[in-house]
Design a protein around this ligand. Structure first.
Ligand SMILES: *Cc1c(COP(=O)(O)O)cnc(C)c1O
Length: 363
C-alpha cells in the first residue's frame, strides 16, 4: 500500500482508501468501457449510469423523499450563498438567518445583496463558541426562508437539533457534516454541501431541494443560476463535474457497505468521544467549545494558556510524526482535527497518543 499518513485536513479532506483504490484501478479504463471516466461524454449511456448511481445512492442513504430533487452543481458551497436567495427570496419578505460562524457570515453577506435579512439569533458576542438555544431564536412568521449551517467547520460547533420552522422552508449548509449522521430530509426545504469534506473531491456541490421551491425563481434569473434548469435537465444542462460525481458515487457506495448512516454515526460518535475525552481529561489541552454543541466532525482545541509558540511546535512535530492538517483555521488560530467519515478510528488513536506524548514532553 502507498505510504499514507494520518490526514486531519478540514477540506479537501481524507477519502476512504477503498474508494481511492477503486478509482486508481479504473482510472485508465472503466470496466467494460475501455476509456477513463474523464474521457467519456457526459451524455453517454455510461456516464448517465454513473450519475444515476450517485443520485440513487444519495436518495437511498438519506432516504430522500420523491418530491425532492438531488442535483450535482458547480461553484462550491459558496455559490449557494447566492443561488439560495436568488431562487427562494420572495418580494417584500425578509430572510431569517441564524448566525453561528464564519460560513453563515459569508452567506449573510451574499443574501443581503438580494433581500433583507433578519438575524434570528447570533452567538457572535461569545466568539461562536456555542450555538443558540431554542428560546434565543426569534423567527419572523413572514420570512421567505430560514437559513442556518448545521456544522460550523471553523468554530467546531454542530447542531444536534433543528429549529421548527413550520411552513417556512429551512435551508441548511451541510458542507461539513452531510452523510455523517441520520437526518430527516423532510424537515428542510433545501440542503446543500460542497463535496470536499464528506462526499468526494472539490468541484461538485450537492443540492437537495424540495421541487416546488424551485418554482419561486423569476424567469429573468440567468439560466445557469436557476435550480429549475438543473432539475429539468437532471444536472446535465451543461457539462457537469463528471470525475467528481464518479468519486461521489463510489463514496456513497462505500458508506452503504459500511452499514449506512446509523453505523457511520455511531463510529463518528465514538471517534469524537475518544478525542474529546483525551482533551477534557488533560491538564495540558482544553476545548473552548460549549460541551453540548461540540462538533463530531471538527474538533477544535488549544494548549492551555493559549501558547501560540507551543501550538506551532505541536503542529510541526505532529506533521513530522505523520499527522497532517492540525492547524486551526487562520481566522481563529489554535488547533483543529477534522475527523470526517473517512477518517479511521486508528488515526484518531494515533493523534491521542501523540497528544499525550507531546503534553508529557512540554508540560
Ligand atoms: C468548506 C465550507 C464552505 C465553503 O465551501 P466551498 O466549496 O469552498 O465554497 C461553506 N460552508 C461550510 C460549512 C464549509 O465547511
Amino acid at each position: 500500500m502507498a505510504n499514507r499518513i494520518h490526514n486531519f485536513s478540514a477540506g479537501p479532506a481524507t477519502l476512504p482508501l477503498p474508494v481511492l483504490e477503486q478509482a486508481r484501478d479504473e482510472l485508465l479504463s472503466l470496466p467494460g468501457i475501455g476509456m477513463s471516466v474523464m474521457e467519456i461524454s457526459h451524455r453517454s449511456r455510461e456516464f448517465e449510469a454513473i450519475l444515476a448511481r450517485a443520485e440513487s445512492g444519495i436518495r437511498r442513504v438519506l432516504n430522500v423523499p420523491e418530491n425532492y430533487a438531488i442535483l450535482f452543481l458547480q461553484g462550491g458551497a459558496s455559490l449557494q450563498f447566492s443561488m439560495v436567495p436568488l431562487n427562494l427570496a420572495i418580494e417584500g419578505k425578509p430572510v431569517d438567518l441564524i448566525q453561528t460562524g464564519a460560513w453563515t457570515q459569508k452567506a449573510h453577506k451574499e443574501i443581503k445583496k438580494i433581500c433583507p435579512v433578519n438575524i434570528a439569533a447570533s452567538t457572535e458576542s461569545e466568539n461562536f463558541m456555542r450555538l443558540p438555544t431554542k428560546e434565543e431564536i426569534k423567527l419572523d412568521p413572514n420570512a421567505a426562508f430560514v437559513y442556518m449551517c448545521s456544522n460550523n467547520t471553523i468554530f467546531g460547533t454542530e447542531w444536534s437539533w433543528f429549529p421548527e420552522t413550520g411552513n417556512i422552508p429551512l435551508v441548511a449548509d451541510m458542507s461539513s457534516d452531510i452523510l455523517s449522521r441520520e437526518l430527516d430530509v423532510a424537515k428542510f426545504g433545501l440542503i446543500f454541501a460542497g463535496a470536499q469534506k464528506n462526499l468526494g473531491p472539490s468541484g461538485v456541490t450537492l443540492v437537495i431541494i424540495r421541487k416546488d421551491l424551485a418554482e419561486r425563481a423569476s424567469d429573468t434569473l440567468p439560466t445557469m443560476l436557476q435550480y429549475r434548469t438543473h432539475i429539468k435537465e437532471n444536472s446535465l444542462y451543461n457539462t457537469p463535474p463528471t470525475f467528481g460525481i464518479y468519486i461521489l458515487a463510489l463514496v456513497v457506495e462505500w458508506l452503504e457497505k459500511m452499514g449506512g448512516l446509523p453505523v457511520i454515526q455511531k463510529r463518528n460518535q465514538e471517534k469524537a468521544a475518544v478525542l474529546y475525552n483525551a482533551i477534557d481529561s488533560s491538564d495540558f489541552f482544553y476545548c473552548p467549545v460549549n460541551k453540548a454543541d461540540r462538533s463530531l466532525m471538527n474538533v477544535v482545541f488549544r494548549i492551555k494558556g493559549d501558547n501560540e509558540e507551543l501550538e506551532k511546535k505541536f503542529v510541526k512535530e505532529a506533521e513530522a510524526a505523520g499527522l497532517s492538517g492540525l492547524k486551526g483555521h487562520r481566522s481563529v488560530g489554535g488547533l483543529r482535527a477534522s475527523i470526517y467519515n473517512a477518517c479511521e478510528p486508528s488515526s484518531v488513536q494515533a493523534l491521542v497518543d501523540f497528544m499525550k506524548d507531546f503534553a508529557k514532553k512540554n508540560s
